[in-house]
Design a protein around this ligand. Structure first.
Ligand code: IPE
Ligand code: IPE
Ligand code: MG
Ligand code: MG
Ligand code: MG
Length: 324
């Protein structure tokens, strides 16, 4: 069995070997730029951890792991256009540094590269891997569209929000783990369980991302904080605040949240104060714990020696303590 560090090393070297110095530079430079900034690379790590958990050969899972991370990076290039986000991984986003056209096409190219990498998976498992991946990729787009729809939609419930983050974020974590399990030849029952482990972890992950977007330390987070508030994203923080405020406050809160402010910083400060007064951070942490506990329960159920699960449990804690 490998440690998290060893598997991380494999992911890192796989990316340093990803030869992308191709022409035209205007297409590939933004790709190299994004990939070199790295990010946490949680998804490929999850692919390898799941493969190793079930005693598979992690080398065989590396192309799929790389492919899933390329897909994730593609979604980020387009997401930053849609969210008008100026910063990612502590640097200018691609559409800011270059332009929107470039971010669209370099993003599309990353999606194609992702497919190429996934297709390198051994023939025996390829059909199943692609089926899971294609289903997930569609769901991510569906979730991303709900995210955009909800920005403008007045009535969004917490249930709607949870459904949206399940699609845009959680299923890709589940898919990563499931991919590793399939390559390792895990049983269908365990393959499902590792998916649900990842999906629940993914719910916690996005809730935490939303929390960090409002209350994180920008220099650590690597993204501009307050962006969700400025664009009126229907996050759990906002929806819970709405639920907890009285009838009079509710209308004011809703009107202000969907309005665009001349001084965005004022909107951010105002809503952070409201969230803090209503103890929304605690509410969010409670929900994060709920999903993490569900995730842990699925991992516990998997029919593999507890000793082998240690690295994945560690990974849960690492994700939970993240500041970026
Ligand atoms: C960002 O994902 C998008 C979300 C689903 C919140 P990550 O937080 O994994 O981003 P990187 O890859 O580490 O930069
Ligand atoms: C992530 O949602 C959704 C994706 C699938 C890209 P966010 O819009 O919250 O992600 P960040 O915060 O920009 O990384
Ligand atoms: Mg977004
Ligand atoms: Mg975004
Ligand atoms: Mg976010």
């Amino acid at each position: 069995m490998y440690s998290i560090d060893e598997l991380q090393q494999k992911v890192t070297s796989s990316f340093s070997e990803t030869a992308l110095a191709k022409e035209p530079a205007a297409l590939y430079e933004p790709i190299v730029y994004s990939l070199n900034l790295g990010g946490k690379r949680i998804r490929p790590l999850l692919v390898l951890l799941a493969c190793d958990l079930f005693g598979g050969d992690v080398e065989k899972a590396l192309p799929a792991a790389t492919g899933i991370e390329l897909f994730h990076n593609f979604t980020l290039l387009h997401d930053d256009i849609m969210d008008r986000a100026p910063l990612r991984r502590g640097k200018e986003t691609v559409f800011k540094k270059w332009n929107t056209d470039t971010a669209i096409l370099s993003g599309d190219t990353m999606f194609i590269l992702a497919c190429q990498y996934l297709a390198r998976t051994g023939e025996e498992k390829l059909a199943e891997i692609l089926q899971v991946f294609n289903k997930t990729a569609l769901e991510v787009c569906e979730g991303q569209q709900y995210d955009m729809i909800y920005e403008k939609q007045e009535n969004v419930s917490i249930e709607d929000y949870l459904g949206m983050i399940r699609l845009k974020t959680a299923v890709l974590l589940g898919c990563s783990l499931k991919t590793g399990a399939i390559i390792a030849g895990a049983s269908p029952a365990d393959t499902e369980k590792i998916f649900y482990f990842g999906e629940n972890l993914g719910m916690a992950f996005q809730l935490q991302d939303d929390l960090l977007d409002a209350f994180g330390d920008e220099s650590k987070f690597g993204k501009e904080t307050g962006g969700d508030i400025v664009s009126g994203k229907k996050t759990f923080l906002y929806l819970k605040a709405l639920e907890l405020s009285d009838a009079g406050q509710k209308i004011r809160l809703a009107t202000d949240y969907s309005a665009s402010f001349r001084y965005p910083k004022k909107k951010i400060e105002g809503f952070k104060k409201i969230f803090s007064a209503l103890k929304i951070q605690d509410e969010t942490s409670k929900l994060i714990s709920h999903y993490v506990n569900k995730a842990r329960a699925f991992l516990n159920e998997i029919e593999v020696d507890a000793e082998r699960k240690k690295e994945l449990f560690k990974m849960v804690n690492t994700i939970l303590c993240r500041e970026y």
